[in-house]
Design a protein around this ligand. Structure first.
Ligand SMILES: *Cc1c(COP(=O)(O)O)cnc(C)c1O
Length: 392
């Protein structure tokens, strides 16, 4: 019999099989879903180079899948540079976008072959003064997004009003500036902020070129593209429609890049945890899982996310239930007031949309190891190839 091209690792039977093979807790990462996300975003933003930001899920299988799709990478730390270097990624496919770097971080990225960096203040620009000919900059501009779940313009970015002065500092030092970047926030509801930022940057690019402050022919529109956590969000084509219209008004010489993170990996992984034990407390069943808020569900604290959770076992009868993590801390509760079938030790719980900002921010508090990541469908055509990554 001909094997299906890809197995769906999120099917219950497959989830059970992977838990038998790799144990629990697991994070099952489906590279085919990474591909689907990547292609959907590429279709929604044609002519935009997509640099996957490693931060939400710095896993080799995601990096390799994005590269095999013809994508690019957005690196922010020396650890991320080391990871892609080890994987043999061509450095021309990478940019380094952390606005604040130590000299050693810059040296390490340069040694790998990265040539594009980001700065948002004069001190950081000065770190590149002796690197003329080796590195060029994007200047990061700040556009506040109080509505975003995570407003990423509070901590980084130069005010639009101060941008030309910063560009003059760079020009005076002989530091080449190729363009501008921004990141309006993560999991934003619509593209209003992106469009506002894009239009403000288009104007700044024009002014900086007129002053001959650099080539100013690149615009990096950041990330922030939303995914479905059980609450409806705009489909990516619709989300990007106003962005496409704004991009079409840019001069043809401007090369546009984006730095999607969550959108590429969020829907591509599920978390699987097992019931370790249970107790009845005040009329509720409490189920204690082997993963929780200090582990893969850490995004519920750091990323303000809520993952849709469901037991793998189904039944008609449902009882008021609580899902708790394994640690001795009382905040380690994943979800309360759920109606769940009665579970017992060993039953599996699946959390959806757990690819982004979950495992990446998990701790090993109380010595509960991070979930094992199992990457499936890693290369097109090889059916169900699996690679497990244990705790680092
Ligand atoms: C975190 C981050 C991203 C990815 O953002 P998402 O909202 O996950 O798409 C992109 N660029 C920079 C600079 C970031 O810090």
């Amino acid at each position: 019999m001909r094997r299906a091209r890809f197995i769906d690792p999120f099917q219950p039977a497959e989830v059970r099989r992977l838990v038998r093979e790799f144990g629990s807790p697991l994070l099952i990462l489906d590279c085919e879903r990474v591909r689907v996300q990547f292609r959907k975003l590429r279709k929604a933003l044609p002519h935009v180079d997509l640099h996957y930001a490693l931060k939400p899920m710095p896993h080799p299988a995601v990096v390799q899948t994005v590269i095999a799709e013809g994508g690019f990478l957005d690196l922010a730390t020396t650890g991320e540079v080391q990871l892609v270097r080890r994987l043999g990624v061509a450095p021309e496919r990478c940019i380094h976008t952390h606005p604040i770097k130590r000299a050693a971080d810059i040296a390490n990225a340069l040694d790998f072959g990265v040539r594009t960096f980001v700065a948002d203040n004069p001190d950081e620009v000065r770190k590149f003064a002796h690197l003329a000919g080796q590195a060029s900059l994007l200047l990061r501009v700040s556009f506040r997004a109080p509505g975003a779940v995570c407003d990423l313009s509070r901590k980084f970015g130069c005010d639009p009003e101060g941008l030309l002065a910063l560009a003059r500092v760079a020009a005076d030092l002989g530091v080449e500036v190729r363009g501008l970047s921004f990141h309006v926030g993560s999991q934003v509801g619509d593209a209003t902020k992106h469009v506002e930022a894009l239009e403000a940057c288009a104007k700044l690019l024009r002014l900086a070129r007129r002053e001959k402050l650099g080539s100013f022919d690149t615009l990096d529109i950041g990330g922030g593209f939303p995914i479905d956590y059980g609450q409806p969000v705009q489909d990516i084509g619709r989300f990007c429609a106003p962005l496409r219209a704004a991009l079409a008004r840019l001069p043809a010489r401007v090369r546009v890049i984006a730095e999607p993170g969550r959108y590429i990996v969020g829907p591509a992984a599920i978390g699987v945890a097992s019931v370790m034990g249970r107790a009845q407390r005040e009329g509720h069943w409490w189920y204690y899982l082997d993963d929780g808020l200090y582990g893969s569900f850490s995004g519920q604290l750091f990323d303000h996310a809520r993952y849709p959770v469901e037991p793998l076992r189904d039944s008609e009868e449902r009882l008021p239930s609580v899902l708790a993590g394994p640690t001795c801390d009382s905040i380690d509760v994943i979800a309360e007031n759920l109606m769940l079938p009665q579970l017992k030790a060993g039953d599996l719980i699946v959390g959806r949309a757990m690819g982004a900002y979950t495992w990446a921010s998990a701790t090993e508090f109380n010595f509960y190891p991070r979930a094992t990541v199992v990457a499936v469908n890693g290369r097109p055509g090889d059916g169900g190839s699996v690679s497990a990554l244990g705790p680092p």
